[in-house]
Design a binder for this molecule. Structure first.
Ligand SMILES: NC(=O)c1ccc[n+]([C@@H]2O[C@H](COP(=O)([O-])OP(=O)(O)OC[C@H]3O[C@@H](n4cnc5c(N)ncnc54)[C@H](O)[C@@H]3O)[C@@H](O)[C@H]2O)c1
Ligand SMILES: O=c1ccn([C@@H]2O[C@H](COP(=O)(O)OP(=O)(O)O[C@H]3O[C@H](CO)[C@@H](O)[C@H](O)[C@H]3O)[C@@H](O)[C@H]2O)c(=O)[nH]1
Length: 330
């Protein structure tokens, strides 16, 4: 059985669905702060609770034969982390340490971690970012994830912990089953904000700064489809489960290796939806690096992962979700 923390959230719910479709037994632990019970596949066991709660973890590990933990639970908004850094250190670092302690207490050694490209900060040159680029986060969110990566590396040296840390770039799109998608309240992410505006739900799209050192002045990100990201997790899980005798401590980037600026994204969304956006230029958002584009060469070479969805398919599946579920999971 696989324990999926944060399995009611955007990314976790997609991975849970794909895991049960593949025949895995899944237990979801989620405190529903940003997740939705309706997003959790009915074939999974659901436990409402906090990853930092030792009593709930005791109950789970005593009762269920957990083979591996996929740890999605966490706080993940760059701007919010600048405003409330302690929330990020508490929920992303302290709670994760509690989970790791309980895993080791119960001899559960396989861990897959949701890390982020935010750990890279603002790399010096414009080359695509590979795993060798020295981490240098510029916001508390990225710092919190880098701290966990350091903890994993250190703990794995003295305990039996085996792990894969996946550094996601910007995750977007919706499940091809058309029943799962992105639903946050408030929504801060670029693609859902553009699509909600094009649905007529907001008066305009805000661009957080157009004076960055990029060709059109707006921030560039590398958007990866949530289905491709999910496939990467299943490959990482198989790596851990099929090579039990090997010490595995791997870190992989997961991105599409394509950069899209905020302005370019608005234009792509307009083309796909056939609607015109009203745009307002605002100040920069604190903590935003200008440009983040992945090299995913390592995960392609080691795990045979490939991206199947391009930016148009990301927007098409997200638009489909927003149209079919205009009120999200409500
Ligand atoms: N969305 C992205 O582009 C992106 C990129 C890089 C990394 N990540 C990481 O991926 C993970 C999932 O992100 P998401 O976009 O699905 O976010 P999300 O907010 O939709 O999902 C997070 C889930 O975790 C739950 N949760 C939060 N704290 C918890 C706790 N202490 N105990 C139990 N449950 C808790 C929430 O209720 C929610 O269901 C996060 O760790 C995030 O940092 C996301
Ligand atoms: O209404 C909006 C929303 C966003 N942006 C900009 O669009 C870009 C992308 O922003 P967003 O979609 O909020 O994603 P990020 O801030 O890049 O963060 C996401 O992607 C990171 C990896 O890059 C993850 O680690 C985070 O968890 C996830 O929230 C940034 O330049 C934002 O300033 C706007 O201009 N207007």
């Amino acid at each position: 059985m696989i324990l999926v923390t944060g399995g009611a959230g955007y990314i976790g719910s997609h991975v849970v669905r794909n895991l049960v479709d593949k025949g895995y037994q899944v237990l979801v632990l989620d405190n529903l702060t940003t997740g939705h019970l309706k997003a959790v596949d009915k074939r999974a066991i659901f436990i409402a609770g906090d990853v930092g709660d030792p009593n709930i973890l005791d109950r789970i590990f005593q009762k269920h034969p957990i083979q591996a933990v996929m740890h999605f639970a966490g706080s993940c908004l760059v701007g919010e982390s600048v405003e409330f850094p302690l929330k990020y250190f508490q929920n992303n670092v302290a709670a994760t340490m509690q989970l790791l302690q309980k895993m080791l207490d119960y001899q559960v050694h396989n861990f897959i971690f949701s890390s982020t490209c935010a750990i890279y900060g603002t790399p010096n040159n414009n080359a695509d970012i590979d795993e060798q680029v020295p981490p240098n986060p510029i916001n508390p969110y990225g710092m919190s994830k880098l701290m966990v990566e350091s903890i994993l590396k250190t703990v794995a040296q003295s305990d039996g912990l085996r792990y894969v840390s996946l550094r996601y770039f910007n995750v977007a799109g919706a499940h091809t089953c058309r029943e799962l998608g992105e639903d946050h309240n408030p929504e801060t992410h670029l693609i859902p904000n553009i699509l909600k505006h094009l649905q007529g739900k907001t008066t305009h799209v805000e661009i957080h700064g157009n004076d960055y050192p990029t060709p059109d002045g707006t921030c560039i990100r590398d958007y990866i489809h949530v289905m491709d990201l999910s496939a990467g997790h299943i490959l990482a899980l198989e790596l851990l489960l099929k090579n039990q005798e090997q010490k595995i401590t791997e870190t992989f980037n997961l991105g599409n290796e394509q950069g899209t600026s905020v302005l370019q994204m608005i234009s792509i969304c307009e083309q796909i939806t056939g609607k015109k956006a009203t745009v307002k230029i605002k100040d920069r958002r604190a903590g935003d690096p200008p440009r983040l584009i992945a090299s995913s060469k390592k995960i392609r070479a080691v795990l045979g992962w490939t991206a199947k969805f391009d930016i148009n398919q990301i927007i098409k599946t997200a638009w489909d979700w927003h149209q079919k579920h205009p009120e999200g999971y409500q």
